[in-house]
Write a protein that binds this ligand. Structure first.
Ligand code: SF4
Ligand code: SF4
Length: 478
């Protein structure tokens, strides 16, 4: 399948590009210059902000929601229990987590083939937090031009006040992010007062501090550098693109030759005068969070946030030209060819995704809400009881993975006349319980050094919940 060409065009402070290779001022490593992102309103920015707020609210509020007296989502590492709403998962079920991660990866591949880097522009945490930090910067330091002016000023009372306020706001958000993240691993209602009173564990302080520092640095200082230089997805997503992938693109046929012109010229007059529709206002560059000029063609730095579309549409509206000079389109469409939505690669990813989601749903739905381990006491092979029977001791760990409390019937089979000293075990919903049980057999029957036996647990009020474990019974060694 044809790949669409992409360019690596490293941005300068306002989005123009470094000179071509070989020119005197080109360098292998260009110095990073600050990007002053201009705020823009428009349809896609509304969509993006809506998605960003929804994701942030979910992230910040979820750990505070309790179900049945415990956090709705709680990865309880010390007890090796992972509570996700009503379900509790155990390390033995990590295969489900692997499946989920594979599904997420295929979901990302599918979305990328279909719509490019929309994940980056609309939902990636790096973008979401960076946009939030830029939004705060705009509220405190003012719009782009005022921010550029402020940065050029030497330190004065106004600059000190605004910079201090901005960094305090950033630090508070970074702290809330760190505490919330750790709140998924330790109940946040306990964690926050513990942190405030210095009662929290050293590990809690370490991880809160870790995420606090990295949120502040990544969203406040590094920003687009993370997307351009650190994110592995940015590097390999290009190979998933084809000529039918939705991309943000500038319509060069319509826009060129670009140039400034009198606003009062009508669209037809502009065409007659030999102008393209681009008035070379640079607005699309000023709003770009990665500082690139989309008019230079598809670039891997583009996170498909569509800020340049909204910016250019607003310019087209003001000029009285049709919208869409920069738009979501495909390479085929730009070249006047038909766009194929249904194409082999997309269908392949879709089928793989559908099969995996179906299998995952079946595995979760069919999951036995009970787990138990049976381990034979290793310190002694067997014991002789006062009435001449042979007994073996087993340590059972029973995990009730159901939403209901259960009492389980315990039975043993595999040899005639086997008996067990404990016939039932009660375990509360989502809890686990350890029990020591003794299995006894007649030495005439257990006449070999080792016998295969079967321990069975069955919920008394729901016969469909039952589980068996093979184990060994050490018999008469004489
Ligand atoms: S915003 Fe539109 S008109 Fe202005 S420079 Fe960009 S492409 Fe040209
Ligand atoms: S070029 Fe446009 S879509 Fe791409 S990152 Fe910049 S503003 Fe967003």
């Amino acid at each position: 399948m044809d790949k669409i060409p992409s360019k690596d065009v490293t941005p300068d402070p306002v989005g123009h590009h470094t000179p071509p290779e070989g020119s005197s001022d080109s360098a292998m490593y260009s110095k990073r210059r600050h990007i002053y992102v201009r705020e823009i309103k428009g349809f896609f920015q509304k969509l993006r902000r809506g998605a960003n707020w929804a994701l942030m609210l979910t992230f910040f509020l979820l750990p505070w929601i309790n179900i049945g007296g415990r956090p709705a989502v709680w990865f309880d590492l010390p007890h090796r229990e992972f509570h996700i709403f009503a379900a509790t998962f155990y390390p033995q079920e990590f295969v489900l987590l692997s499946w989920l991660l594979i599904i997420c990866a295929f979901g990302l591949f599918f979305i990328t083939v279909f719509a490019g880097r929309v994940w980056c522009g609309y939902t990636c945490p790096q973008s979401v937090w960076t946009f939030l930090f830029i939004w705060i910067e705009h509220r405190i330091e003012g719009p782009r031009n005022r921010r550029m002016k402020l940065d050029k000023q030497s330190l004065n009372a106004n600059k000190l006040k605004r910079k201090t306020a901005k960094h305090i706001a950033w630090l508070l958000i970074a702290l809330a992010t760190g505490m919330t993240f750790v709140g998924y691993f330790a109940p946040v209602r306990q964690l926050v007062p513990d942190l405030a009173t210095l009662q929290a564990s050293g590990w809690a302080f370490f991880w809160v501090g870790f995420f606090f520092v990295f949120t502040y640095l990544n969203a406040g200082w590094l920003r687009e550098q993370v997307c351009i230089y650190m994110c592995p997805y940015a590097r390999f997503q290009g190979v998933m693109f084809d000529r039918d992938t939705l991309i943000v693109s500038y319509d060069a046929d319509r826009g060129e030759p670009r140039g400034k012109r009198k606003k009062k010229l009508s669209h037809d007059e502009v065409k007659e005068a030999g102008y393209g529709d681009c008035i070379d206002c640079d607005l699309c560059v000023q709003v770009c969070p990665t500082g690139i000029d989309i008019r230079d063609g598809l670039q891997y730095e583009c996170i498909t946030c569509a800020a340049c579309i909204d910016a250019c549409d607003s310019v087209m509206d003001k000029m009285g030209y049709p919208r869409g000079l920069i738009r979501y389109t495909t390479e085929n469409s730009l070249e006047g060819r038909k766009t194929h939505i249904m194409r082999p690669r997309l269908i392949g990813y879709f089928i793989a995704l559908a099969i995996m989601i179906g299998a995952f749903a079946w595995a979760v739905g069919d999951r036995m809400p009970l787990d138990f381990d049976a381990e034979r006491e290793r310190t002694q092979l067997y014991q002789m009881t006062s009435d001449g029977q042979i007994s073996n001791v087993y340590s059972l760990t029973v995990r009730n993975l159901d939403k209901r409390d259960h009492t389980y019937r315990l039975s043993v089979s595999g040899l005639p006349g086997l008996s067990i000293d404990q016939q039932s075990i009660s375990v509360a919903a989502g809890e686990s319980r350890q029990s020591v049980v003794t299995v006894t057999a007649d030495p005439e029957v257990a006449d070999k050094p080792s016998h295969d036996i079967l321990l069975t647990l069955e919920a008394k009020k729901d016969g469909s919940i039952h589980l068996e474990r093979d184990t060994r019974f050490i018999g008469n060694l004489r």
